[in-house]
Design a protein around this ligand. Structure first.
Ligand SMILES: Cc1cc2nc3c(=O)[nH]c(=O)nc-3n(C[C@H](O)[C@H](O)[C@H](O)COP(=O)(O)OP(=O)(O)OC[C@H]3O[C@@H](n4cnc5c(N)ncnc54)[C@H](O)[C@@H]3O)c2cc1C
Length: 287
């Protein structure tokens, strides 16, 4: 059971929070939305540093990229003006399907990354977008690709005195098309198959394919083999079929009582195909 005898700190600035983490080292644990922390078994000597008031809940434009504050809640993110059309609305789509309204009001972008599960919703899309994370301590800040940060686990890559301060979303280009699909039995159930894609297409030919899968096993990851197969292929029926077949082979979901492995493999394969079909019509509509 979580201990009730715990110290809380309520810093009012990022500098105060970083100073607390620097002084306390492993004794301090950042508290964001609290939806995971409240369920954790914690040592009572661990003190919680509440990040709610330190101002990490804004979006700043940085040379075409968007620096999304780690303390933005999912609700704040999906309602933010600059996110509405970002990546053809794929980010709004991912937020909208994350848990329930009350949880979306609490879950933060940073918490969703650090407390990662195989079914976590935002990390697959961040992988397909090739987002970066910005980490900060009293000693300075550093940026790292999200793929590197997630592997083997975000906690292993975050020093005890560091905070995740921003998720950097790269500029989106005209010839890119991003999509997000989460398939689950109902809105508040865990995903059975999550797929995020981001294709760069020129003259009907795929120049770059980024495909991330969630709800498979371990943590969300990129389907490198499938991505490589798609490069330089025309966005035609034969490519769609080859992608569907390969997705069925390379995605190896764990067994769950909710659905059989074969059923989930079919889900992944069909979602990948549908994303390619949607990309096909998106680019052909553009002439
Ligand atoms: C019933 C339920 C259903 C859920 N369903 C889904 C779902 O369908 N999809 C989904 O994606 N998520 C879902 N979640 C949310 C997910 O499991 C985590 O609880 C959530 O992402 C944690 O975010 P938080 O802001 O509440 O973080 P917290 O619980 O406050 O923190 C989580 C961890 O991250 C660390 N941390 C947080 N922010 C920072 C930061 N900026 N810098 C450094 N460390 C930090 C904390 O120290 C802690 O270790 C669900 C949660 C619950 C309780």
């Amino acid at each position: 059971m979580p201990s009730l005898h715990q110290d809380f700190y309520y810093p009012q600035t990022k500098a105060e929070a970083l100073a607390l983490l620097s002084e306390g080292k492993e004794r301090m644990m950042p508290l964001a939305g609290g939806t995971a922390v409240t369920l954790m078994q914690r040592r009572k000597e661990v003190a919680l540093v509440d990040l709610w008031n330190i101002g990490l809940n804004t979006i700043q434009e940085q040379n075409g990229s968007l620096a999304v504050g780690a303390m933005m809640t999912v609700t704040e993110l999906m309602r933010h003006e600059s996110i509405q059309s970002y990546a053809q609305g794929a980010l709004v789509q991912a937020c909208r399907h994350l848990a329930s309204t009350s949880l979306r009001n609490l879950i933060t972008i940073g918490g969703n990354i650090i407390q990662i599960f195989n079914w976590s919703d935002l990390p697959p899309l961040f992988l397909a977008l090739e987002a970066e994370v910005e980490l900060q301590s009293q000693g300075g800040s550093r940026r790292t690709p999200i793929e590197t940060f997630l592997s083997p686990h975000p906690r292993k890559n975050l020093k005890p005195d560091e905070l995740l301060v921003n998720v950097i979303l790269p500029p989106t280009a005209q010839n890119r098309y991003a999509q997000f699909t989460k398939f689950c039995q109902n809105q508040v159930n865990f995903s059975l198959a999550t797929v995020a894609t981001n294709f760069r297409v020129k003259d009907g030919v795929i120049q770059e394919a980024r495909i991330a899968a969630g709800a498979v096993r371990g943590r969300p990851f990129r389907l490198n083999e499938l991505e490589e197969m798609l490069v330089d292929k025309s966005l035609d029926k034969a490519t769609l079929e080859a992608a569907e077949t390969m997705a069925r082979q390379v995605v190896k979901p764990t067994r769950t009582f909710r659905a059989s492995v074969e059923y989930r493999q079919n889900l992944f394969a069909i979602i990948v195909r549908r994303h390619l079909e949607a990309a096909q019509s998106h680019f052909s509509l553009k002439g």
